[in-house]
Design a protein around this ligand. Structure first.
Ligand SMILES: NC(=O)c1ccc[n+]([C@@H]2O[C@H](COP(=O)([O-])OP(=O)(O)OC[C@H]3O[C@@H](n4cnc5c(N)ncnc54)[C@H](O)[C@@H]3O)[C@@H](O)[C@H]2O)c1
Ligand SMILES: N[C@H](CO)Cc1c[nH]c[nH+]1
Ligand SMILES: [Zn+2]
Length: 433
C-alpha cells in the first residue's frame, strides 16, 4: 500500500523519518554480492566477465566476444528508423549546446605580493561510461554520458552496456556511433564496473567511471572509488512532485509513474496542499497502471516506495523537499518559480505544468544522470566538470618570495617540518632577506 502521510498528524515526523530511511539500494546483501564480484573480476579478469554475464544476462561472451565490433554498430544503426535517428540527433544537438556552456575558463593573475597564481583545466585521460540495460534500453543515457566527456576533450571514451539474452537495442549502438564512441563492451552490472576500474585482458582500465545504473551498479561504483574516480551515486530513479490545486491529477500520476517504471526500487512522491488532488492522483495512478507495459515494475515501486504527503500550504513542503533531496523535483503550482528558488537540495528542478520530468530525460538538454538516494544534498548532476581536472599554478620571483616567504618559514617551524622551512629560508638567505 502506498504510504499516505499528513503533516498535521502527531506521528508525522517519525513516519517521515522512516520514509527517508527506506533502504532502496544499498542493502547489505547487494553490497556483499558486489564485493565478491569485484574480487573475482580482479582475480580472473575476462573469465569472470564471461561467467557473470552468463548468470545475470544470459549471454555467452565466449561465443559473441566481449567487444562490440564496428560492423555490428553500423548494422544496428541501419536497423533504426529515420524517425528514431532524427529524435536522437535532436537530443544530441540540444544536449551538446547545453554542455558547451559549462566549459570553465583557465585563469592566471598576479596578486598584490607579486605572486603569479591561477589554475588550468585539462581533460581526464580515459573514462568508462556505464549505460544501463538490464530491464530497459537507454540510448538517451549514452548521449547524457558521452556529450560532457567529448566537450571536455577526453580522448579515450569506453562504453559498457549489458545485453540481456544477447540483445542490445539498436538505438543504443546508433547513439554511440553518432556521438563518437568507438570502444564498446557488452558487459553490465558490478562486473563491468570492476573491469573498467581494474582492467582485464580485453578491457584496459580507465581513470573514472560515470553513469547511472541499478543497485548493483551503484554499489560497485561506491566500492571502486579510490581506485578510480566516480561521478556520483546515480542509482534507481526518483521523482518528487509538489503540486497545488491547479495541477492536473492525471498528469501528476503519469509523471510519478514515469520514474516508477524504471525500477522496482525507484521512488515517486507527491506532496500537495490539496486533499482532493492527493485522492485524485492516487486514483489516477491506478488507472494509468492498468495500461502500462511495465506495470509490474511500476506497481511494485509505487506500492513499496511511493508516498503521498498532505501539507497545510504548499510552501510547507519546501523543508521536506530539502530533506528528501530528490533526484528530480517537479513543481506544479501558481507559485512554481518562487517555490523553486527556495529549494536547495534537488538534482534537477522542473518548473510548471508543462515541464514533465521526461522532457529532461530526453530532449531538454540538461543532463539526466543525477544524484539519487538523497545525495543531491552534496552532489550535482553529470557535467563537463566531471571530465576535467583543475591544476593549480604558482610562480614566485625573487621579489614575491621575499614578500611572503618568511611566513612560510614560520608555519613550517610551527608544524615541526624543518625541511619545509629550510627549502624557503635557503632561498631567502641567498636573497639576503
Ligand atoms: N539516476 C540516474 O541518473 C539514472 C538514469 C537512468 C537510469 N537510472 C536507473 O538505472 C537503472 C537501470 O537498471 P537496469 O536493471 O535496467 O540496468 P543496469 O544496467 O543498471 O543493471 C543490469 C545489471 O545488473 C546486474 N544484476 C541484476 N540482478 C543482479 C543480481 N541479482 N545480482 C548481481 N547483479 C545483478 C546484472 O549484472 C545486469 O547486467 C534503474 O534503476 C534506473 O532507475 C538512473
Ligand atoms: N529518469 C532517468 C534518470 O533517473 C533517465 C531516463 C532515461 N530514459 C528515461 N529516463
Ligand atoms: Zn526516466
Amino acid at each position: 500500500m502506498t504510504l499516505r502521510l499528513d503533516a498535521a498528524a502527531p506521528d508525522f515526523e517519525q513516519r517521515f523519518v522512516s520514509l527517508l530511511a527506506m533502504k532502496r539500494e544499498s542493502s547489505h546483501d547487494v553490497d556483499e554480492t558486489v564485493r565478491g564480484i569485484i574480487e573475482d573480476v580482479v582475480a580472473r579478469g575476462d573469465e569472470a566477465l564471461i561467467d557473470y554475464s552468463k548468470r545475470f544476462d544470459r549471454i555467452d561472451l565466449a561465443q559473441t566476444g566481449i567487444a562490440v565490433s564496428a560492423a555490428e554498430v553500423a548494422a544496428a544503426e541501419a536497423r533504426c528508423s529515420r524517425e528514431q535517428l532524427a529524435a536522437l540527433d535532436l537530443a544530441l544537438d540540444r544536449i551538446t549546446a547545453f554542455h558547451e556552456r559549462q566549459k570553465p575558463e583557465d585563469l592566471r593573475f598576479r596578486d598584490a605580493a607579486g605572486v603569479e597564481l591561477g589554475w588550468r583545466w585539462s581533460p581526464l585521460d580515459s573514462v568508462g561510461l556505464y549505460v544501463p540495460g538490464g530491464t530497459a534500453a537507454y540510448p538517451s543515457s549514452v548521449l547524457m554520458n558521452v556529450v560532457p566527456a567529448k566537450v571536455a576533450g577526453v580522448k579515450r571514451i569506453v562504453m559498457v552496456v549489458p545485453t540481456p539474452g544477447g540483445h542490445v537495442e539498436p538505438l543504443v549502438l546508433a547513439a554511440a556511433k553518432r556521438s563518437g564512441i568507438d570502444e564498446i563492451y557488452r558487459v553490465g552490472g558490478a562486473q563491468a564496473v570492476a573491469a573498467l576500474a581494474y582492467g582485464t585482458k580485453t578491457i584496459a582500465p580507465v581513470v573514472k567511471i560515470v553513469g547511472p545504473g541499478n543497485a548493483w551498479v551503484a554499489a560497485a561504483k561506491r566500492r571502486v572509488f579510490g581506485q578510480v574516480g566516480i561521478d556520483m551515486i546515480a542509482g534507481p530513479s526518483e521523482v518528487l512532485v509538489l503540486a497545488d490545486k491547479t495541477a492536473n491529477p492525471d498528469w501528476i500520476a503519469a509523471d510519478l509513474l514515469a520514474q516508477a517504471e524504471h525500477d522496482e526500487s525507484a521512488q515517486s512522491i507527491l506532496i500537495t496542499d490539496s486533499a482532493e488532488i492527493a485522492d485524485a492522483t492516487v486514483a489516477a495512478v491506478e488507472r494509468h497502471l492498468a495500461t502500462l507495459s511495465r506495470t509490474e515494475i511500476a506497481s511494485a515501486s509505487w506500492r513499496d516506495y511511493g508516498a503521498v504527503i498532505l501539507v497545510k500550504k504548499l510552501s510547507d513542503s519546501l523543508p521536506l523537499a530539502d530533506r528528501i533531496a530528490a533526484e528530480h523535483l517537479e513543481i506544479i503550482s501558481e507559485d512554481a518559480e518562487e517555490l523553486a528558488a527556495r529549494v536547495s537540495n534537488a538534482g534537477a528542478i522542473f518548473i510548471g505544468a508543462y515541464t514533465p520530468e521526461a522532457v529532461g530525460d530526453y530532449v531538454g538538454g540538461s543532463n539526466h544522470v543525477l544524484p539519487t538516494a538523497r545525495s543531491a544534498r552534496f552532489s550535482s548532476g553529470l557535467s563537463v566538470l566531471d571530465f576535467l581536472k583543475r591544476t593549480s599554478i604558482l610562480k614566485c620571483d625573487a621579489e614575491s618570495l621575499r614578500a611572503i616567504g618568511a611566513a612560510a618559514v614560520t608555519l613550517g617551524d610551527a608544524e615541526g617540518l624543518q625541511a619545509h622551512a629550510r627549502s624557503v629560508s635557503i632561498r631567502l638567505n641567498a636573497l639576503g632577506a
